[in-house]
Design a binder for this molecule. Structure first.
Ligand SMILES: Cc1cc2nc3c(=O)[nH]c(=O)nc-3n(C[C@H](O)[C@H](O)[C@H](O)COP(=O)(O)OP(=O)(O)OC[C@H]3O[C@@H](n4cnc5c(N)ncnc54)[C@H](O)[C@@H]3O)c2cc1C
Length: 489
């Protein structure tokens, strides 16, 4: 009798959302609920749900960042130990201050081979997928088995304030590496292959900085964007007032590289994201990305630009770019981040005597972040096929709020317009929980030889410090996961 009553009530509570897929669940539930009220039955059902006895079959799966057993299930014990070790290192102020020196001096002290091994077991292993195809493929497959995609990228860090004279070979090498990463993404991901690149790895920062000064509001310079787009497409001679012959030649070479990249990404339908960098080059990068959008976002939003929400002018720039692409009948992609260069930006503003471009407080940046995400989601709601957003953050609250907005607007979670992402080696509790909840989530996955990723590793250490509470919480969850494995609890 009790069994029948309980089964009926559970069926009522769960008719739309749950499906029993373990007969044990059917046997256990009536016993467990013998003297319980309706509300307690729901609590119990949630417990069974989290234990996998009952499966949630609605298209809105539960999102749980705290379930450390589940979240780190796919991680080896040694990987968890390494993560705790690295996060601890990243919290030591002295080490962070000298991390660059230590990483570069390590080679001199230990010799290249030994130092490579040390890094592979520690920092490199934590933040980089590997340096050969089989290692990268293994990482991509492991992530895929947890429902996580890979946003491929080859670290190409240039010390932006240290302009060197002839870097042409480095740019050539970089364009080849980017083309390879587009091909690799195409081969390894059959749903939404994607790569991200730094524009300053393709032509001199000094040139991009000058273009940014000449054209500080790219989307308001329609004719120039069209001209650049045409030069990329047809190899026409580029003309920008204010650039000398040498600079125009450098730009022509850079546009030729963008053509190769744009055409390959277009042909293979690979999403291609331009990273945002320091403000003194961002306008130039924005100009190139809009020109690429005119050429290659005709059918799908493949070319993305990145909007740093810590910048006071980010909502205006985002709105202008949306309008620009709309007016020109092409699609638009945006990666929304908080911004990675806060200290450099602030120091530069003081040094050069211009107003600080960054929001005054973290809270202001966060409000801006959510409002930029919301602005994009509203566009997606209106015309889903025209827009894509990549919500890049290690912030749990930011992820939750974005998902709540997504659901409130009734946007399909897996429609292929909204992607979430964290950096490989960071925010795993968020990425794996999103993967489990079956949202479209990606790891920004760098790969390449150890010695070519050193600057990238230094940046990762600093970024771990800058993600405030996120890294600390992740460390605590990993420690709990380790304890539960050691003590079988
Ligand atoms: C997939 C991916 C791609 C990325 N691509 C880029 C990119 O192209 N360009 C780029 O610049 N960054 C990029 N980032 C890094 C990003 O901008 C952030 O630096 C990083 O993600 C930390 O922010 P958070 O939202 O994850 O964490 P949180 O801990 O929530 O935020 C930390 C961030 O808040 C901001 N902040 C902190 N203190 C203050 C303060 N006092 N006042 C104002 N703002 C403050 C800073 O931006 C800081 O980085 C990327 C991140 C990811 C995950």
């Amino acid at each position: 009798m009790l069994f029948v009553l309980f089964s009926l009530s559970v069926a009522k509570v769960s008719s739309q959302r749950y499906r029993l897929h373990n007969p044990l669940g059917l046997i256990m539930m009536p016993i467990l609920t013998k003297h319980h009220q309706h509300i307690k039955r729901i609590t119990e059902l949630n417990r069974l749900l989290s234990e996998g006895v009952v499966e949630n079959v609605s298209n809105k799966k539960e999102l749980n960042f705290d379930n450390f057993k589940d979240v780190f299930k796919k991680k080896k014990f040694s990987e968890l130990v390494r993560a705790v070790f690295i996060f601890r290192l990243c919290s030591i102020e002295w080490l962070l201050t000298h991390s660059g020196k230590i990483i570069f001096q390590g080679e001199k002290l230990l010799g290249r081979n030994l130092w490579n091994q040390v890094l592979k077991l520690t920092l490199y292993g934590q933040f980089v997928a590997g340096d050969n195809r089989s290692q990268i493929e293994r990482t991509v497959n492991t992530l895929r088995s947890a429902g996580i995609g890979s946003l491929l990228g080859v670290p190409m860090e240039e010390d932006a304030d240290n302009f060197q004279s002839d870097r042409s070979q480095w740019y050539e090498k970089n364009v080849e590496a980017i083309l390879n990463s587009i091909n690799l993404a195409y081969e390894l991901d059959h749903n939404y292959p994607m790569v991200h690149v730094k524009g300053t790895a393709l032509m001199p920062s000094k040139l991009i900085a000058k273009i940014s000064k000449l054209i500080p509001e790219p989307s308001e310079n329609e004719e120039i964007i069209k001209h650049i787009a045409e030069c990329i497409r047809n190899g026409n001679k580029v003309q920008i007032k204010g650039l000398d012959t040498g600079e125009l030649e450098e730009l022509q070479n850079g546009l030729e590289k963008l053509r190769k990249i744009g055409e390959t990404a277009f042909e293979k339908k690979v999403i291609f994201m331009f990273d945002a960098e320091l403000t003194y080059v961002n306008a130039g990068l924005n100009l190139f990305s809009l020109a690429l959008m005119l050429n290659y976002n005709t059918q799908l939003p493949l070319v993305f630009f990145t909007y740093q929400s810590y910048l006071k002018n980010s909502p205006v720039n985002l709105a202008k770019d949306i309008t620009f692409t709309n007016v020109h009948g092409v699609k638009f992609g945006a990666k929304i981040v908080r911004g990675a260069y806060m200290d450099q930006e602030r120091n530069r503003a003081i040094r050069k005597g211009y107003p600080d471009p960054i929001h005054d407080t973290y809270e202001d940046t966060s409000l801006q972040y959510q409002s930029n995400v919301e602005a994009m989601l509203k566009q997606i709601k209106k015309r889903p096929k025209n827009y894509r957003i990549f919500i890049a953050t290690h912030n749990e609250e930011g992820v939750r709020k974005s998902i709540a907005k997504l659901d409130e607007l009734g946007i399909d979670r897996v429609g292929g317009e909204v992607f979430f992402g964290q950096i490989y080696g960071m925010g795993d509790h968020i990425t794996y929980a999103l993967g489990k909840a079956e949202l479209l989530v990606y790891k920004a996955l760098p790969y390449g030889p150890v010695m070519e990723t050193l600057l990238y590793l230094v940046r990762r250490m600093h970024e771990n410090k800058s993600i405030l509470d996120g890294a600390r919480r992740e460390r605590i969850l990993i420690q709990l996961a380790l304890k539960s494995r050691i003590f079988f609890i």
